[in-house]
Design a protein around this ligand. Sequence first.
Ligand code: PMP
Length: 419
Amino acid sequence: MSPQAAVAAGCSLSSGFNVSRVRGDFPALDQLVHGRPLVYLDNAATTQKPRVVLDALFNFYTRDCANVHRGVHELSRRATEAYEGARRTVARFLNAAPHEIVFTRGATEAINLAAQAFARSILREGDEILLTELEHHSNIVPWQLLAEQTGARLVVAPINDRGELLMEELERRLSPRTRLIAVAHVSNALGTINPVAEICRMARARGIRVLVDGAQAAPHVRIDVRALDCDFYAFSGHKLYGPTGIGVLYGKAELLERMPPYQGGGDMIRSVSFEKTLFNDPPYRFEAGTPHIAGAIGLAAAIEYLTGLGLDEIARHEYELLSAATRALSEIPGVRLVGTASHKAAVLSFVLDGIHPHDVATVLDHEGVAVRAGHHCAQPLMERLGLPATTRASFALYNTLEEVEVLARAVRRARELFG
Ligand code: PMP
């Protein structure tokens, strides 16, 4: 296909990825905002949902709606099969075993679960938890709470001005008291892809456990928890084209087996008497109460959709978007890109000289362009960078090169209005 024909057919030039066809799968993209076609670039906050996910939710609630693991009737059997099928889909996606997959409300709950049910039991006063300067609050505050409960200490590994982890500094901060490293796979504010495999190797050599916060990685990066050899991996369904309110904690089977429950209730028990309760096996031990059945089914539909499109094709397309957006914004006088790591996912933070990021985002909104402005739940990172906030455009598989141009035009407009 000639380049012109490829563009006409909606294909991205280098990958052959048919973005026009893909966009047709996402009903929410087809709307006007303030009279302009919606350009949705707030994907790091949450993604739009393809019709297959909406259909999976609709079909569950209209045909198979019943509680899981309990009923002997047909609908309960179907609901249980779909819910456990979703667990198998997630396990394949991460290269894990189904009993290593715990469904949670999201990455936040997954991290809190690992902190309270795992790390709490291994930490003693004076022990250390290593974090990095670019963590999301969800991967800081649970460890801070835990440090207060146990007398452990947080140690923070620094980044350079490009937003890359300084690996030698990280290694230097590993001490005989380090028990756990909690690190983002991909930074939500900067897009940096961290060398988590190398971090896991360093940790393994010293008997340190690793939790990887994969909330921003799952939509962009192929994940293999066996190859990484991490102990825990957390992510959210809603950033991966799935429903809100569902997420995943992967934990190594041998660790989950040793962990006490996180919450008490139905489904997490084997037997209950007033004298003693025997707990269920993992992963059920960590899923007290009725789970988000529809959410898990919707998440599985999203994963099947993604893998059907091809994770490598998606990555290539997003790389093209990121490169084009980086070029386009760099050419605008007064724009400074924030986060220029050599290894990045499709997140572009920037500031415009003399214009508050919220004002930039407001002008962009009037042009139909949805971006985020603020500290991105990463206040320590903003402090490190000496910025109160940035404007962040984050891309997804359904974004186009034309949308990158609309973004650049809208940023120029903000500059004209405020400059
Ligand atoms: N970690 C990172 C890196 C994130 O970007 C987010 C969401 N912004 C979270 C954790 C928390 O995810 P959730 O709010 O879906 O639990």
